[in-house]
Design a protein around this ligand. Structure first.
Ligand SMILES: [Zn+2]
Length: 479
């Protein structure tokens, strides 16, 4: 809580982001560089994200389990490209109980290896398949440049790990989970995303194919917001995950993994926030509505608080998440600003006149000033609030989609491409060559975010080399 103004997004986007995270009390810095303390308000937001995803995972037949934090180092070394990808980021435990360990242990950077080890024991027959397990945990990757929620040494996420009898089933799983992430992003977070396939250079270490959902942040940069990997038989071969098929023949399984992390909190902040601070989508907001009682003397206070409690009870009974701000010694104006900064979608103001009239004032966070205010009768208040929250949810999505459209260019040539990636996305024909991709990155800092599943069809010429191209890719600078 501070009355000092936030920097505006156009002044300093990065500092605006940091200040919003700190002042809204989402997270704080930790004593170890690059680690993050998630504060209760930030954790409540994450809990709502986890609930929205967990519901979808279970509806598609997945179950939750837990695997150890510590992994023998030799496990990481079993899959060649996996070890190459993760070695630079590993945190290694060399001592335990005062003794040097015979074999060093790594703190999991992800759990494919230890889960692969377990699956090799558990899976014997085609009858054991598919195995559909998800894990909610935290992992550690020794990142050099860190930023709260977006890139921290330790972060929270879910990792799904599945094993299948056939390539087709693994492909279907990979694509189903990508769809689930996109559905969550659009419907719960009001974040428009582009589902697509990663280029070879951006693939997960050890995957045959990586898919992602990519979102445009408020500064035009991209954020990879969730990934789904088809691991082929790479981990099955490295860990000997095999099953006897219907003909009694021993086969290697086909495995997948997929994850969405606390990075997504960063996406919500940067997609919806404005110069006043956070704007949270109603379906995920820890508090969907804050009640600010307004009074001048003890007599008014008694009447207003009594009425406010009744209104609150009715809203809570209807299943809404409500905060009553009855803090003493703070002016209503201060409270308005405070909750605006913290992104609560709807504010309910209630003063003596409203008590007398049996009404309340509702103020929308996404529409500041008079335009977003309405007088609503207390009779039927829960339905009125629920209706407003739905309107806000929809308008946040529409606004974000419009912003992305306005900042996405299909460049006619490389000159236009270079201008496009300075402020947003370039959707361009790409020949598929890693060399073009690498040179584009060097010259413009834009990376190939994904090749959208939804392709325009037809063909064209690579924006960089002019060779024939069959697919269009999203290029952008990214977090
Ligand atoms: Zn090319």
């Amino acid at each position: 809580m501070s009355e000092q103004k936030l920097p505006t997004r156009s002044e300093d986007y990065s500092e605006w982001y940091n200040q919003v995270v700190l002042r809204a009390e989402l997270a704080d810095y930790a004593p170890v560089r690059g680690c993050m303390i998630v504060r209760p308000y930030g954790w409540a937001l994450w809990e709502n994200i986890t609930a929205a995803l967990d519901r979808r995972f279970k509806a598609t037949g997945h179950v939750n389990a837990a695997f150890p934090l510590l992994i023998p180092r030799s496990f990481i070394e079993k899959e060649k490209s996996h070890v190459a990808g993760f070695s630079p980021e590993l945190a290694v435990v060399t001592h335990g109980g005062g003794e040097e360990l015979e074999e060093p242990l790594v703190i999991r950077p992800t759990s494919e290896t230890i889960i692969g080890h377990a699956y090799a024991k558990w899976i014997q027959s085609y009858r054991d398949l598919p195995v559909l397990i998800n894990v909610w945990n935290s992992v550690v990757r020794w990142e050099l440049r860190t930023k709260l929620f977006l890139r921290t040494l330790e972060f929270y996420w879910q990792e799904g790990h599945t094993a299948h009898a056939t390539l087709e089933e693994a492909e279907a799983e990979t694509s189903q989970m990508l769809d689930i992430y996109a559905d969550f992003a659009v419907r719960d977070a009001a974040v428009p995303v582009i589902p697509g396939r990663k280029s070879a250079s951006e693939r997960f270490a050890g995957a045959d194919q990586t898919f992602s959902i990519e979102a445009m942040m408020g500064d035009g940069k991209a954020l990879q917001s969730g990934t789904s990997h088809n691991l082929g038989q790479n981990f099955a071969k490295a860990f000997d995950i095999r099953y006897l098929d219907r003909n009694g023949v021993l086969q290697h399984c086909w495995t997948t993994s997929w994850g969405l992390s606390t990075r997504f909190v960063g996406a919500i902040i940067m997609v919806h926030g404005d110069d006043q601070g956070l704007i949270l989508p109603p379906r995920l907001a820890p508090f969907q509505l804050v009640i600010v009682p307004i009074f001048k003397n003890d007599e008014e206070k008694a009447a207003v608080l009594d009425n406010a409690q009744k209104v609150r009870a009715e809203l809570v009974d209807a299943g809404l998440r409500v905060k009553m701000d009855d803090r003493e010694g703070l002016s209503p104006g201060f409270k308005f600003n405070d909750w605006e900064m913290r992104g609560v979608p709807l504010r309910l103001e209630l003063g003596p006149k409203d008590v007398a009239k049996g009404s309340v004032v509702l103020a929308r966070r996404d529409r500041p000033g008079r335009e977003g205010k309405s007088f609503v009768p207390q009779v039927g208040i829960a339905a009125a609030v629920a209706g407003k929250l739905e309107e806000i949810q929809k308008s946040l999505f529409d606004r974000a989609l419009e912003f992305r459209r306005a900042n996405t260019v299909e460049p006619a040539d490389y000159e236009e491409f270079k201008k496009a990636v300075e402020k947003g996305f370039a959707l361009s024909w790409w020949c598929g060559s890693g060399t073009c991709e690498e040179e584009i990155k060097e010259e413009t800092k834009a990376t190939m975010r994904c090749i959208p599943i939804d392709q325009p069809g037809g063909s064209g010429h690579c924006v960089y080399c002019g060779q024939p191209a069959k697919e269009k890719g999203i290029f952008a600078r990214a977090y």
